[in-house]
Write a new protein. Structure first.
Lengths: 461, 284
């Protein structure tokens, strides 16, 4: 078993990892930036090391500083969390070279799964369905045009190295292609230092369904059911649930099996996610996330499996303590991300000081957050303030419980999107489980108008 | 500190108030009979009956059953019976799929067992939103199966009709259902069991000419159009002006085709009483 783990992340995921480590009697070292000196995980860790200034590039993305800190504090493992260096193949390799265990897959596996166009070819070979698109990267506008004509409009141009919604352009017809191509290339070059592009057919209003997988070094790979993350805005997820509502048993089984094949194809190790687009009874491989995900909690609630604990066990060289037949999905779990952003101000991040904080509780409720009364949310990093999760025997029970949780959830100090999520939980389309990725864009105005009217009413009173 | 929670509670209450009064799209519903406009929620809270003039709006099959059966007693029969296209009629499949998507039904009929005032019965409803409740092979089969289920289990039967008649796209096979359902009802009747037919707007064509008219007791909703051929067809054929209220439920009651006109709000109570009164006779 690992003895001492450096947590190369911040926010709620750092706390999540720290908690799992504590439960496994693993010591923790919090590597933090100057902006996070007061953060909760820094207070709770066995030891804490400042690794640099607030800017992420100087601290949480600074590989040398992290490796030095890990070695200086006597760590034998590094947990990268999500974001930052979690899907950086070079960092995984560098850890291995320094004699540290990177808690995640090998650099080679990350490279295979991470380059989107290479992953497509790999998945095709492994028998995992992919969206129709270009065979490999497209280097010129002419090539892109030919590929687009072959699969049919509209198409998406994607950066091979992309992620988080960056470096993606939609293109509805041949006239718009050259401009979109140039824009996407520039963005990809700026964000990822690599302007390789590929092209695929745009599936209009699909559902976003992903499958959680676990793989150990001994060659066992299992999946832990699916999650639906269709409620999203500009590719940022807002509400997630497990299992995905309304999938036929055949489709669910096929997706689970495809996800396992996908993981085996890249030689995966640890916890990962295979994302699919679901369109009716068809599903297409979208991408593979080689890390723990923000929404991993919903899978934990329905399966009873602690995913971070499994990550730590796998990284310690232990084999999985369960097989595919031991995985059972019980009830329904739903998660709502509370972000420090103003839905009425174009979702502008607006972190600040937490004046007052109260979390919901009770049976089947979980809140993952790094906030405490009086702490200040840093403006340098992402705006995730808390994840509120609810678990019920049925989907409706979970919805009702999550509504109740958001009624109790109180955060004073800065605006959040909690109320918007609360309204979504009442929307007939959501309650029926019919959300596609276009849901929020289509209904955002209606939902926002709602809280505006509440404010008018309050002003009258 | 408690002021924070008080403020929050006030806000949640304001949100609830707005949510409860919030009806997407048009807030007002116009009544086609009196032309008056009412809040949608008032109409919905009044069993979809116009609060101003008592006009009965058409309602869906499942909602109809929820207003009649005791809560929690509903058990659907043959819900998986699929819609068919026996003649491969051009464009029919597409229209079926569209209607299925729009209504969430598989066919125009919903049949179920349940209790009314604690007494078990079999109930069937035709939904006018699905091809105007017209009789297809699937509808006929569902109704027949419900009749046979009631006969086998010695249960009273209640059928709510709302139909434009035969399903044109299924031709002669649709017309066959008239004979099939009538024959099943004859066998049902021979067992001495009770069949109550409730006619809702509109009950016409092949449905009137078969099971809708064969009830031991025939009830109707106020203002329902009940007939074989519609008033426009008759007027054009005979070339005479038709009397006021021709073929409406009240007119048919006056002329002996309907035993009683019962408003939607009293339907459940009336059915419950009828089942109670006929209990002994229904169980030899």
């Amino acid at each position: 078993m690992l003895k001492r783990v450096l947590i190369a992340n911040r926010g709620e995921i750092a706390l999540r990892v720290l908690r799992a480590c504590r439960e496994l009697e693993i010591e923790t070292v919090a590597a933090y930036s100057e902006a996070d000196a007061e953060a909760l995980h820094v207070q709770l860790a066995t030891e804490s090391v400042c690794i640099g200034p607030a800017r992420a590039a100087d601290s949480y993305l600074n590989q040398d500083a992290l490796l030095t800190a890990a070695l200086a504090t006597g760590c034998d493992g590094i947990h990268p969390g999500y974001g930052f260096l979690s899907e950086n193949a070079d960092f995984s390799d560098a850890c291995a070279k320094a004699g540290l265990t990177f808690i995640g897959p090998s650099g080679e596996a990350i490279r295979k799964a991470g380059s989107k166009s290479a992953a497509r070819d790999l998945m095709k070979a492994a028998g995992v369905p992919v969206t129709p698109g270009s065979d490999g990267p497209v280097s010129s506008v002419e090539e892109a045009l030919a590929a687009a004509e072959a699969v049919g409009w509209p198409v998406l141009l994607k950066a091979s190295a992309g992620g988080g919604g960056r470096g993606i352009r939609r293109c509805d017809g041949p006239d718009a292609l050259p401009a979109a191509c140039a824009e996407a290339k520039a963005e990809a070059a700026a964000c990822f230092g690599n302007d390789e592009m590929y092209l695929e057919k745009l599936v209009l209003n699909p559902r976003h369904v992903e499958v959680q997988i676990l793989a150990d070094r001994q060659g066992h790979t299992i999946h832990l059911g699916d999650r639906d993350c269709s409620v999203q805005r500009r590719n940022q997820k807002l509400i997630e649930e497990a299992p995905a509502p309304g999938l036929s048993p055949a489709l669910r089984r096929a997706m689970g099996e495809a996800a396992v094949r996908a993981a085996e194809a890249v030689g995966y190790e640890g916890a990962g996610t295979v994302e699919f687009l679901v369109d009716g009874e068809n599903f297409y491989f979208m991408e593979m996330n080689t890390r723990i995900q923000v929404e991993h909690g919903v899978t934990e609630l329905v399966t009873g499996v602690d995913l971070v604990r499994q990550q730590l066990r796998i990284a310690s060289g232990l084999s999985l303590d369960m097989g595919q037949k031991d995985v059972t999905i019980r009830g329904c779990a739903m998660e709502c991300r509370v972000n420090a952003e103003d839905p009425h101000g174009d979702f502008r991040p607006c972190p600040g000081k937490v004046e007052f904080l109260h979390f919901p509780g009770g049976a089947g409720v979980r809140v993952d957050s790094c906030l405490y009364n009086g702490c200040t949310m840093s403006p340098y990093y992402d705006s995730l303030a808390a994840k509120v999760l609810a678990h019920g025997a049925t989907r409706l029970e979970a919805i009702r419980k999550l509504r109740r949780c958001l009624e109790e959830f109180t955060l004073e100090g800065f605006p959040t999107n909690a109320e918007l999520s609360y309204e979504i939980l009442f929307h007939p389309v959501f309650v029926r489980g019919r959300c596609t990725t276009g849901f929020l864009d289509a209904h955002l105005a209606e939902l926002l108008d709602f809280s505006r009217r509440v404010e008018e009413k309050e002003a009258e009173a | 500190m408690s002021s924070i929670f008080a403020k929050r509670r006030a806000r949640l209450l304001a949100m609830k108030a707005i949510r409860d009064s919030y009806v997407p799209g048009d807030q007002l519903v116009a009544c086609p009979k009196c032309g008056g406009e009412s809040q949608r929620k008032d109409v919905a809270g009044n069993l979809s009956v116009c609060p101003l003039c008592g006009y009965h709006f058409p309602i869906g099959a499942y909602y109809r059953l929820s207003t009649i059966l005791d809560p929690g007693s509903f058990r659907e029969l043959n819900e998986k019976l699929p819609a068919a296209d026996p003649l491969s009629f051009p464009g029919y499949r597409e229209k079926q799929r569209l209607a299925q998507r729009k209504t969430g039904l598989t066919e125009a009929a919903v049949t179920a067992t349940g209790t009314i005032g604690g007494r078990k019965c079999v109930a069937g409803v035709l939904d006018s939103r699905f091809f105007m409740g017209s009789m297809s092979a699937a509808v006929g089969e569902k109704i027949t199966l419900a009749i046979e289920y009631a006969a086998k289990n010695k249960l009273p039967l209640i059928l709510f009709s709302a139909s434009g008649g035969a399903r044109m796209q299924e031709g002669i096979l649709s017309l066959m259902q008239m004979a099939k359902t009538s024959a099943a009802l004859a066998r049902f009747s021979e067992k001495g069991l009770l069949y109550i037919s409730v006619l809702t707007d509109p009950t016409t064509g092949g449905v009137t000419a078969s099971f809708a008219s064969l009830g031991d007791i025939i009830l109707a909703e106020p203002g329902a159009l009940i007939g074989f051929a519609g008033p426009r067809v008759i007027q054009q054929t005979i070339g005479e002006t038709l009397p006021e209220g021709f073929q409406r439920a009240e007119y048919q009651e006056e002329h002996g085709f309907v035993d009683a006109v019962v408003p939607r709000g009293e339907l459940r109570e009336t059915l419950s009483r009828l089942l109670r009164l006929h209990e002994k006779g229904g169980r030899p």
